[in-house]
Design a protein around this ligand. Structure first.
Ligand SMILES: *Cc1c(COP(=O)(O)O)cnc(C)c1O
Length: 384
């Protein structure tokens, strides 16, 4: 049915009507006083969202552009970096580092499992000559629905003392607690089409004073993504290059909505959405890809055994107008992923689980009590 599509993929995520309407305005000049006022407000609110006093810079890029900027501004060719790889986005960090001739050392875990903080501790403690320049990880690994233990890994980085901690928080920021100042996170990257409830097109990078020190001597080439330019102009409430002004107006609206809801409430909501989704899958006999305790609050990956993942996605889309994500790389056809990030309510989960039950029946899978998934999700919502 027209206009009925419900996006339950991990980005782009659904966009609230208020935000859509704020996009439907004439563009304004990016050197105007009117635009500077908007920039001043969104810059403040981005600091609120990141729980930081650090600069949070706005770039016209997708999330990957924010990652690249977060890496190339602070490192030099040949620098030794530890990169956590347990999914598509961790691998992407390694690929960017290799493209820029960094000395990338991967710390891996099987896809579907979290990174082991002990492996970081061992490498960091052994580095008495302080050659490791950065530890780079993905907080919420969207490709597998796993959340990595950033807090513990970061503690080991802090004990090392020299290395920067550089983090992809694309599907954790605005879903789970990422206290940038309290933890001392140096470089934190994210993208607009995930937790921000606005369409794709903006990337964000938060930069600590320690990272700015590293910036002064970093020798990788940079021009469009030179964060120093953005910092200088952000101080005047503008940007070095023409920004997508309409998206920044949308960002203003979305951040106001987030402030009205409150950080704690946003985190609690995502936790409930995750718990309800996971309990529903268990009740339907559908194996979860990420173990309990390591599930991402943004996305749940499911590895069905008796029904084909792609068939489930096909019926969900065709019959119920719900878009689920498939598996990436070697997980293609093996898992499906339910996004519950950003502008998602409990009602959306109940609708998705009920539609999934109907889909399973349509595909001839009878291995569950009718209503068991909806009931399990409803129980989580009633309890918390
Ligand atoms: C979506 C996503 C990105 C960025 O992808 P783009 O397509 O470049 O926006 C990066 N990291 C994670 C964990 C993501 O989920």
């Amino acid at each position: 049915m027209d206009d009925k599509l419900m996006l339950m993929i991990p980005g782009p995520t659904p966009v609230p009507e208020q935000v859509l309407l704020s996009l439907a305005k004439h563009p304004i000049g990016h050197r105007s006083g009117e635009f500077s006022k908007i920039m001043a407000e969104v810059s403040q609110n981005l600091k609120w969202l990141h729980q930081t006093q650090n600069d949070v810079l706005i770039l016209t890029v997708s999330g990957t552009g924010a990652m690249e900027a977060g890496m190339i501004n602070f490192l030099s060719p040949g620098d030794r970096v530890l990169v956590g790889c347990n999914g598509k986005f961790g691998d992407r960090w390694a690929e960017i580092g290799e493209a820029f001739n960094l000395n990338v050392e991967k710390i891996t875990a099987e896809w579907g499992q979290p990174l082991d903080p002990e492996q970081f501790r061992e490498k960091l403690e052994a580095d008495t000559e302080k050659q490791i320049k950065a530890v780079i990880i993905t907080h919420s690994e969207t490709s597998t629905g796993v959340i990595n233990d950033l807090e513990t890994i970061n503690r080991h980085v802090k004990a090392h003392g020299e290395a920067l901690i550089i983090v992809d928080t694309v599907t954790s920021l605005g879903a789970v607690n990422v206290p940038v100042d309290e933890w001392g996170l140096d470089v934190v990257g994210s993208g607009s089409q995930k937790g921000y409830m606005i369409p794709p097109g903006l990337g964000f990078v938060a930069v600590s004073p320690k990272a700015w020190e590293a910036y002064k001597t970093a020798k990788l080439p940079r021009f469009y993504l030179d964060l120093g330019k953005y910092r200088k102009d952000a101080a005047k409430n503008t940007t070095p290059f023409t920004p997508p002004v309409n998206l920044i107006v949308a960002l203003q609206t979305a951040l106001r909505m987030m402030k009205a809801e409150g950080l704690e409430a946003i985190f609690k909501r995502h936790e409930r959405l995750m718990n309800a989704t996971r309990e529903a899958m268990k009740a339907l006999g559908l194996p979860l890809f990420a173990p309990d305790g390591a599930g991402s609050p943004a996305i749940t990956a499911v590895a069905p055994t008796h029904v084909e993942a792609e068939k489930i996605r096909g019926v969900m889309k065709k019959h119920f107008d719900i878009a689920l994500a498939g598996g990436q790389d070697h997980l293609s056809g093996k898992i499906f992923r339910i996004g519950h990030l950003g502008f998602v309510s409990e009602r959306d989960i109940l609708a998705a689980v009920a539609s999934l039950e109907a889909t399973l029946r349509e595909l001839g899978y009878e291995g569950f009590t009718p209503g068991a998934g909806v009931s399990a999700a409803a129980r989580v919502f009633a309890q918390t």
